[in-house]
Design a protein around this ligand. Structure first.
Ligand code: FAD
Length: 321
């Protein structure tokens, strides 16, 4: 059994479910599981952490933590580490953690394994798996020495159990010195999509160059909205201006691990696979039976996406009705 501290990532008072995956996994392994929520007026999330298995919930609250910056959040998490004194610190591998956890690892003088897809608690020792060579192989990682162990885990790698809604938390407050911060967010300009982000969605419908223009992505959006999915894109589609860069999946885009990834007219270049090959189920729709994407697909449809995708949308709508 180890003392584990899980960083609960939240934006505008809404926690990422990927953080709760880690709380639940730690609690299920019998660890003394602490959760820390950083922000301004975030006490409303304390009960959720307890319901997924946290033994103790800590809040680091300050008006200066309302909007995330790597500088302020790393100071806040280090303050929590000093108070809780954990053996293991975990965070979901999101763009936020990707940026600020390396700062924390330096400030706390601890080792950090990033972008892991599996974790096991062997007593107080973490055993991790992380993809290497663009996901073509995976490395098994353990920490040497006796110091604190830190890791970021890809969302959807573990799965989320049902919360025990009868539980409540009695959160403790941790103070942090935020004087002399050198960075400040002036404004957050939000995207106008109501769809989930590709890194968090359980289903991702992605399109490639073959969509031919931005307007044709409407057929993927219709399918996505029918099944509650995010819309992703290959780099070729993004470079051609069909989708914004935030939707790009791959080596130079986002890494996703949804339950189901539907690749529509995407050839399956190694750089694209690097961002989606850890998806649980991969469906490929491509007119070329030799397309490399079929080599990693669980289900393949050889056909014209302009016919196949609308037909799938119609069938899913029927099922939903
Ligand atoms: C350093 C570097 C980093 C990169 N990073 C990324 C990255 O992060 N993400 C990424 O995606 N790529 C990345 N790339 C680019 C990558 O190598 C490929 O060029 C790109 O993924 C190809 O995109 P695509 O599959 O949409 O296009 P294409 O390779 O042109 O494939 C189009 C596919 O659509 C099929 N098709 C055509 N018409 C239809 C139709 N009507 N119905 C069904 N199928 C059809 C074709 O058979 C073909 O397989 C990177 C490249 C480099 C060098």
């Amino acid at each position: 059994m180890a003392k584990v501290l899980v960083f609960i990532e939240q934006r505008e008072g809404k926690a990422k479910k990927a953080s709760y995956e880690l709380v639940a996994a730690s609690a299920a392994a019998g660890n003394e599981t602490h959760a820390v929520i950083i922000g301004d007026s975030v006490s409303g999330l304390a009960n959720e952490s307890a319901q997924f298995g946290a033994n103790k919930v800590h809040l680091v609250q300050d008006a200066a933590l309302k909007l995330y910056t790597a500088e302020s959040y790393s100071r806040a998490l280090v303050a929590a580490i000093k108070t809780v004194n954990p053996e293991i610190v975990l965070a979901a591998h999101t763009p936020m953690a990707k940026e600020f956890m390396p700062f924390v690892s330096v400030m706390a003088d601890a080792a950090l394994a990033t972008d892991c897809t599996a974790l096991t608690f062997n007593g107080g020792k973490l055993a991790l798996k992380r993809p290497v060579y663009s996901g073509k192989a995976s490395a098994e990682v353990e920490f040497t020495g006796a110091g604190m162990q830190m890791a970021t885990i890809r969302p959807n790698s573990i799965g989320l159990p049902k919360p025990d809604t009868s539980k409540t938390a009695d959160p403790a407050s941790i103070s942090v010195d935020l004087s002399g911060l050198k960075t400040k967010i002036l404004e957050v300009v939000k995207g106008n999509s109501a769809r989930p982000d590709v890194t968090e969605a359980a289903i991702v419908v992605s399109g490639g160059r073959s969509l031919k223009n931005a307007e044709n992505f409407k057929i993927l959006e219709d399918l996505a909205d029918t099944v509650g999915a995010a819309v992703g894109a290959s780099r070729a589609a993004v470079d051609a201006g069909y989708r914004p860069h935030r939707d790009q999946v791959g080596q130079t885009g986002k890494v996703v691990s949804p339950s189901c990834y539907i690749a529509c007219g995407i050839s399956g270049a190694i750089q694209h696979l690097a961002g989606m090959r850890s998806s649980k189920v991969i469906v490929a729709i491509n007119s070329d039976p030799q397309a490399p994407i079929f080599q990693i697909a669980d289900y393949g449809i050889v056909g014209d996406l302009f016919q196949v995708v609308p037909a799938l949308t119609t069938e899913f709508k029927k099922i939903k009705e």
